[in-house]
Write a protein that binds this ligand. Structure first.
Ligand code: PMV
Length: 320
């Protein structure tokens, strides 16, 4: 039996513009998605994913081409893509177990994809570099979601904090010793595909304005990378605010996000912004030590849920 685990992710800068050829900064978070895989002698795949309410779901290898139930899709599409790429066929027992709740939007889908692909490469002795794993994970995610930059796959595979450009054109580690970031969840589930498609629509309607917005975002990302490497949290906070203005302009913020962002700022955060697709899910803020607790409490008082995460987590790995 092979056991693997992969971290979740949190987008720090460059949300949405990274779908359109610009860079972003993403960090891996220490909630992990665990998978265990073993070979079977028959030609069926048996999936257990208790966190997704999946118990002994059976698919034959030839049925991997057919539409799969939503909760099983990332696992089974990963298996199909791995088998197709490496010419392997085998029955499998797969079990996944999540340390984090799907509703937080911290990247459980890309984490499960990476955990399963890493497990398959180990099980069948196929050498896959991180870039090979990224390419196959990204293909799997696009097969299912149709849209996306792949930043989530990069974060869960490489770990740490990354400077990332659309589709993995650039994937570079950022040296970020500590990141005093406070994460608040809105309680509202974001629909990432819907938000990404809406931004595509806006781009088609107003290409000049939206492209200008994305170019500004790219500049902010480059400055934020330096700020993070230098540990200049004041600067990083100011850049969060500027990034949030751009995200507001493309229409992806929401009242509930704005409410938590305002609360964090009032409590002394250097800056705050939404993190990810927008509409819901998480916001992030940054503060120095003396204001950290105040900001955390202000987010909770404003109706958000403080999420206690460690950033810069290790990427996908084999577990003993
Ligand atoms: O909602 P999340 O956390 O998966 O973030 C989506 C980030 C986008 O830039 C909007 C989409 C993407 O694939 O990069």
């Amino acid at each position: 039996m092979v056991k693997t685990s992969s971290p979740g992710k949190l987008m720090l800068f460059g949300d949405h513009s990274v779908v359109h050829g610009r860079p972003c900064i993403v960090t891996a978070v220490d909630y992990r998605m665990n998978a265990s895989l073993s070979e079977r002698r028959d030609d069926i795949i048996v999936l257990n994913a208790p966190d997704m309410n999946i118990e002994n779901y059976v698919s034959s290898i030839k049925d991997l081409e057919k539409p799969q139930p939503k909760q099983a899709r990332f696992v089974l599409t990963s298996v199909r893509n791995f088998f197709d790429k490496y010419g392997i066929r085998s029955g499998l027992d797969i079990e996944t177990k999540s340390e984090f709740r799907v509703e937080y939007g911290l990247g459980s889908s890309s984490a499960v994809t990476a955990s399963v692909l890493k497990g398959l490469s180990e099980l069948f002795d196929v050498r896959m570099s991180n870039k090979d794993l990224f390419d196959l994970s990204y293909k799997t995610i696009l097969d299912i979601q149709e849209v996306g930059s792949g930043f989530d796959a990069a974060a869960t595979i490489y770990g740490g904090s990354l400077y990332f450009v659309t589709g993995g054109r650039v994937i570079e580690p950022i040296k970020a010793k500590e990141l005093p970031i406070i994460v608040g969840h809105t309680g509202v589930k974001a629909d990432t595909s819907k938000m990404v498609k809406m931004v595509y629509q806006r781009l088609a309607e107003e290409p000049e304005r939206i492209n200008r917005n994305f170019d500004e975002s790219a500049k902010i990302v480059d400055r934020a990378r330096r700020g993070i490497e230098e540990g200049n949290w004041k600067e990083v906070g100011m850049l969060m605010d500027q990034n949030q203005v751009l995200l507001r302009e493309i229409g992806v913020s929401s009242d509930v996000l704005e409410n938590l962002i305002t609360a964090a700022k009032k409590a002394g955060a250097y800056g705050a912004k939404l993190a990810g697709a927008g509409g819901g899910d998480c916001m992030i803020s940054i503060a120095d030590k003396k204001n950290y607790e105040n900001v955390k409490n202000a987010i909770e008082d404003a109706g958000g849920k403080f999420i206690d995460v460690k950033l810069n987590a290790d990427g996908v790995r084999i577990e003993k």
